[in-house]
Ligand binder design. Sequence first.
Ligand code: DQA
Length: 145
Amino acid sequence: STILVLHGPNLNMLGTREPEVYGYETLADIDDRLRSKAAESGHHLLHLQSNAEYELIERVHEARAEGVDFLIINPAAFTHTSIALRDAVLASDIPFIEVHLSNVHARESFRHHSYFSDIAEGVICGLGSQGYDLALQAALQRIHR
Ligand code: DQA
């Protein structure tokens, strides 16, 4: 099976961006670890980070055409703004888990609303990069069902 991990804007800055909020690991560290974990269980993991909304949207469209089985998405600031990315994910009809490094509910009120949570299989936030590992574990179990 194939899992696609999508990271939204500014997540390319991980490791140096507000490390007290987001941690010291880089996005490459996280993607590499997820890729090898997926490979250990015989699955294929793809990933994309983009600062551009349309690139994420087009990647989701391609994912449907490619037959991607599951998405793990940290939409970053697009979480709170992007009806367009929400619609793309709905159109793709691919199940997904929403991940946030920080506990968005313990932060500014504009981070409390997500355009994704009500259509996600599940939502993980506040556990740092471990949230991605937990999402992958859940995704693999769901794919096997
Ligand atoms: C984030 C939380 C968002 O509110 C923020 O805009 C981000 C990252 C997180 O992973 O904690 O860029 O999605």
